[in-house]
Design a protein around this ligand. Structure first.
Ligand SMILES: Nc1ncnc2c1ncn2[C@@H]1O[C@H](COP(=O)(O)OP(=O)(O)O)[C@@H](O)[C@H]1O
Ligand SMILES: [Mg+2]
Length: 252
């Protein structure tokens, strides 16, 4: 048995009287695509932001590749190999697609604002080109990212997360706002990245997404959250057949 790439243990986070996350534990294995679903307000985003070092949990621990990162900040996590996509697009509209990828790989990775002050670096061009081919966006690589459709910009946004060859990629609603005709493309791309790897290594994914077909077809295992707690963790088939999940969520 290999050891988990991510291990979250009994994590809790309250906002005043609201227990946003009330004792959540799960593990993500190397190469796994792990989905997180649950109704609005169930604590998914709070959990996600804790794993990214953006908020500090009240208690519990987070281990990444066997190292305790409970107190690590976003930059340290990024350096250790945690990549992410944001729910809102983080591309620079006036910069070419290719330059967006290059800037995303630089040391000051993080939000759009922090990347704006990153120094230029041309050594990353080959890496950007390899991803451009893998994401099949060669035909738009030299265009200003702002001229692309929302769905295409989303692809660029996802590609940016892979520039630093992360061990773990956290995807925040990768299908949000994307034309339904492009959702299948994003799914097969993520499947391909997961199966063949990228830059000689394979990443694990944690995906928050409301699109149930997307989650069910993409993820190896799914965690269902309700009111800050884990209702169930299992394969798509197990989740589909889980009575508590059906009652609380899928049956809605
Ligand atoms: N910054 C915050 N301040 C106060 N309450 C918050 C904050 N963030 C989230 N909450 C509350 O915590 C609960 C979980 O929210 P959230 O993690 O955003 O859930 P989800 O992403 O599943 O919709 C909700 O009741 C929400 O209103
Ligand atoms: Mg949310």
């Amino acid at each position: 048995m290999s050891s988990p790439v991510l291990k979250v243990s009994d994590m809790k986070k309250a906002y005043g009287a609201i227990q946003a996350v009330g004792g959540v534990s799960f593990e993500v294995m190397p190469g796994e695509i792990f989905g997180v679903i649950g109704p609005n307000g169930s604590g998914k985003t709070t959990l996600f932001n804790s794993m990214l070092g953006q908020i500090k949990p009240d208690s519990g621990s987070i281990e990444f590749k066997g190292q305790d990162v409970t107190k690590a900040g976003p930059l340290e996590l990024s350096r250790l190999g945690v990549g992410r996509t944001f729910q809102t697009l983080q591309v620079f509209g006036k910069m070419s697609v290719r330059d967006n990828l290059i800037v995303a790989a630089q040391e000051h990775q993080g939000s759009k604002l922090s990347r704006m002050f990153a120094p230029s670096d041309s050594g990353l061009g080959d890496k950007a080109d390899a991803l451009i081919d893998q994401f099949r966006i060669r035909h738009v690589a030299d265009l200003k990212a702002g001229t692309l459709s929302y769905g295409q910009q989303k692809l660029v946004d996802i590609a940016m997360a892979f520039m630093r060859e992360p061990d773990l990629v956290l995807l925040d609603e990768p299908c949000a706002g994307v034309n339904p005709s492009l959702v299948g493309g994003i799914s097969s791309l993520l499947k391909q990245l997961n199966e063949t790897g990228w830059g000689g290594k394979k990443s694990s994914f944690v995906v928050i997404e409301h699109n149930m077909d997307f989650v069910m077809s993409l993820c190896h295992r799914i965690m269902v959250m309700v009111e800050g707690k884990v209702l169930a963790i299992g394969t798509p088939a197990e989740i589909r057949g889980n009575k508590a999940v059906l009652d609380a969520y899928l049956g809605a």
